[in-house]
Design a binder for this molecule. Structure first.
Ligand SMILES: [Zn+2]
Length: 281
């Protein structure tokens, strides 16, 4: 799942490579993930053709691709919510079209921007700026994990309305946004916290450690991702993470085998020695 650090790098790439380029042709190859809110779905290819990319933004786990005004004065943008496996691919038209490709935009430099999604759980919205509040979970997110960090006191205030296990609270996006199932494992490992510990049971010291990890772990991943992804923005680079995806491999801190479990439909990797706790209270 692309999370804030991945999307930060993708947004940066799009800004550097696509700003000012015009969409010369749009093909909706599979409509299932497309949500055309600005026009009838059949009218999308004609409506989007001729517009250029102007601005790119990221909010939590959403990417916004703003387009120039049409000849009739209409404003449009694309918003991508990649969910589990959505990805943007920027490539030559001759590159083989992946099986689960949903949208292909041909650009004025002869390249293509494609949206692929193996699990087809993501969404690509085509809308007007006024329609942004209609996108579920876009505008009601907590403070972004890559923005100016909240102070420890503000952080605690934002966590206050939430109950339950810390992993779930952090990934839901209301208290802090942009963290998903991979980076939350890394954050909790850095903070030495058992992922299923109840938020309300954290000590003052544990909350301070969590605050520190929430704002350092995702931010520190950015330069690594930038270097490793390069121009392949559709590639998911995760092998440098310390515990996520490393089940049954030695913990980089203590050497204990990393525990790999499935809970609530999500995979969780943690070190039972560095992150002590019990599933049963
Ligand atoms: Zn360990």
């Amino acid at each position: 799942m692309p999370e804030a650090p991945d999307l930060y790098v993708i947004r940066d790439y799009l800004e550097r490579h696509l700003t000012g380029l015009t969409i010369t042709k749009a093909e909706v190859l599979r409509p299932i993930v497309m949500r055309s809110m600005a026009v009838e779905p059949d009218a999308l290819p004609d409506d989007i053709a001729g517009r250029s990319f102007s601005t790119f933004w990221r909010k939590g786990k959403f990417l916004g691709l703003e387009l120039t005004t049409g000849s009739d004065g209409s404003e449009r943008l694309l918003v991508v919510n990649p969910m589990l496996s959505g990805a943007l691919q920027h490539c030559a038209p001759s590159v083989r079209v992946a099986k689960r490709t949903f949208l292909a935009l041909t650009l004025s430099d002869g390249q293509q921007l494609r949206y692929t999604d193996d699990d087809q759980m993501g969404m690509v919205y085509y809308l007007t700026p006024e329609q942004l509040p209609q996108i579920p979970r876009l505008t009601d997110q907590g403070p972004d994990v890559l923005n100016e960090p909240l102070s420890l006191e503000e952080f605690k205030e934002h966590l206050k309305p939430y109950r339950g296990e810390i992993k779930g609270v952090l990934t839901r996006g209301g208290a802090v946004s942009g963290i998903g199932n991979a980076y939350v494992d890394e954050v909790l490992f850095a903070a030495g916290l058992f992922p299923f510990k109840k938020l309300t049971s954290l000590s003052k010291e544990e909350l301070a450690g969590l605050h520190q990890a929430v704002y350092s772990v995702p931010a520190n991943a950015i330069p690594v991702l930038q270097e490793r992804m390069g121009d392949d923005i559709h590639r998911k680079v995760r092998d440098f993470l310390k515990v996520h995806g490393k089940g049954n491999q030695p913990c980089p801190t203590c050497g204990t085998n990393i525990t790999h479990i499935t809970s609530n439909g999500h995979l969780t990797d943690y070190c039972k020695k560095c992150q002590p706790g019990s599933l049963f209270g």
